[in-house]
Design a protein around this ligand. Structure first.
Ligand SMILES: N[C@@H](CCC(=O)N[C@@H](CS)C(=O)NCC(=O)O)C(=O)O
Length: 209
């Protein structure tokens, strides 16, 4: 059975939601960052990590979401078939990995971004992270104007890319000074996803012990 190694609320929430949307049997394994169990399948000690029955391993949230949506075309979560539709899905996946996710690092791990150990210096790094996330959320919010989902227009249904955005939107709610209130279209995407029964099921599982 396909196995997903995840940590509560981390970016692994994205493939966790995608697996639930797909509806095929899978196992979700909660792990601690850097634990021996996780290091055995991912030398980075990070989530998400996906393991297939034959022992094949895949890391990187964007790659896992892409793999799962293409493995299960019947779920309708992959991009459309044209070269441009595929390129746009790739574009948004890269945006989420490299621009949005990375913008949160200075907030979550400020000590990695300055050699100054003072609280003031760390606070400045966190503030710089807030500005970085705001820039990226501004781009996503503008893109979402007039759209229900990230991929489209004309597609009219959710994709794996929406699931990929969801954990990052939740981080924004948690750590930004004003949450995501400056970005009404991101708020609407969040609310649309949060209302989904599969998303709620996954959130409840991740929150449980
Ligand atoms: N580029 C990787 C980043 C994975 C990553 O760093 N995940 C975080 C959780 S969101 C993690 O496991 N951090 C623990 C650590 O790096 O020790 C991806 O997109 O999958």
């Amino acid at each position: 059975m396909t196995k997903l190694y995840y940590a509560t609320g981390a970016c692994s929430l994205a493939p966790h939601i995608v697996l639930e949307w797909i509806g095929a049997p899978y196992e979700a394994v909660k792990v601690q960052f850097g634990s021996q169990e996780l290091l055995a399948v991912n030398p980075a000690g990070a989530v998400p990590t996906l393991r297939e029955d034959d022992g094949w391993l895949l890391t990187q949230a964007g790659a896992i979401v892409d793999y799962l949506t293409r493995k299960h075309p019947e779920a309708g979560l992959a991009s459309g078939p044209s070269l441009r539709e595929q390129a746009e899905a790739h574009r948004w996946s890269c945006f989420l990995t490299s621009d949005v996710h990375a913008a949160f690092w200075p907030i979550f791990l400020s000590a990695r971004y300055t050699t100054d150990e003072s609280a003031q210096a760390r606070d400045k790094v966190v503030k710089a992270g807030h500005a970085l996330v705001a820039k990226q959320f501004g781009i996503l919010d503008a893109h979402l104007r007039g759209r229900d989902w990230i991929l489209g227009p004309g597609r009219g249904k959710r994709s794996g890319i929406d699931a990929y955005a969801f954990p990052m939107i939740r981080w924004g709610i948690k750590v930004l000074p004003d949450g995501i209130t400056p970005w009404p279209n991101i708020q609407a995407l969040h609310d649309r996803l949060a209302a989904d029964a599969s998303v709620q099921k996954v959130l409840a599982r991740e929150a449980s012990k």
